[in-house]
Design a binder for this molecule. Structure first.
Ligand SMILES: O=C(CO)[C@H](O)[C@H](O)COP(=O)(O)O
Ligand SMILES: [Fe+2]
Length: 217
């Protein structure tokens, strides 16, 4: 299992420090939540912030693009140093083209589904993608409650992956804690994004990530 701390819950005034803390604490990936104030009702980071983060960590950068018209932003985020670019199927009428564009830039391509979106919306692109991200909250904010019904989506994806001989990784994002990780881990998820749980007040990010790993076994 891979743990991907989301810097959405980091201290933005000390971003480099918090990134180094999670890297030393055992993170596998760094999850960066890009929000444009249109696709979701919140505004966060652009390509300049990704480019600034790139030299301060050796962790792969997992860039979650919650933006309208993602095709317009793919070249800039690729140039900024993203290792994986994740686009929402709801954000473009041309998801196949968007995923091809990501791969043409030499970056791993992921597709994301909102809680209200059926897996049928992404079935045709599964042979193309490196990752599928199942949102386990409505996108836009950290600290929301996990939606248990999403575990069925993870299980369906895992079934399709094995039946069809596909190799994409299954990622879950939103409300992941030591109480919720077990259901999605058992359903077949491989990558677990966690923001508020990892950066919670009290225990260190290293301890929080160790608790997630233990609960996800
Ligand atoms: O994409 C996101 C929100 O849209 C975040 O990655 C996600 O919510 C992580 O935060 P938390 O673990 O606190 O739920
Ligand atoms: Fe995210």
């Amino acid at each position: 299992m891979k743990i991907a701390p989301s810097i959405l819950s980091a201290d933005f005034a000390h971003l480099a420090r918090d990134i180094q803390t999670v890297q030393q604490g055992g993170a596998d990936l760094l999850h960066i939540d890009v929000m444009d104030g249109h696709f979701v009702p919140n505004l966060t980071f652009g390509p300049a912030v990704v480019a600034a983060i790139r030299p301060v960590t050796s962790l792969p950068l997992d860039v979650h693009m919650m933006v309208d018209d993602p095709e317009a932003w793919i070249p800039a985020f690729a140039k900024a140093g993203a290792d994986t670019l994740l686009v929402h199927v709801e954000a473009t009428p041309h998801i196949y083209r968007a995923l091809q564009l990501i791969q043409e830039h030499g970056v791993k391509a992921g597709v994301v589904v909102n809680p209200g979106t059926s897996l049928s919306a992404i079935e045709e692109v599964l042979p193309l993608v490196d990752q599928v991200l199942v949102m386990t909250v409505n996108p836009g904010f950290g600290g929301q409650a996990f939606l248990p019904a999403m575990a069925q989506k993870v299980a369906q994806l895992a079934r399709w992956r094995s039946e069809r001989g596909l190799a994409f990784k299954i990622e879950v994002d939103g409300g992941i804690t030591d109480q919720t990780i077990g259901t999605v881990a058992a359903a077949g998820a491989d990558i677990f994004v966690a923001g508020s749980y990892v950066f919670a007040k009290g225990d260190s990010p290293a301890k929080q990530m160790a608790k997630l790993r233990a609960a996800g076994q």
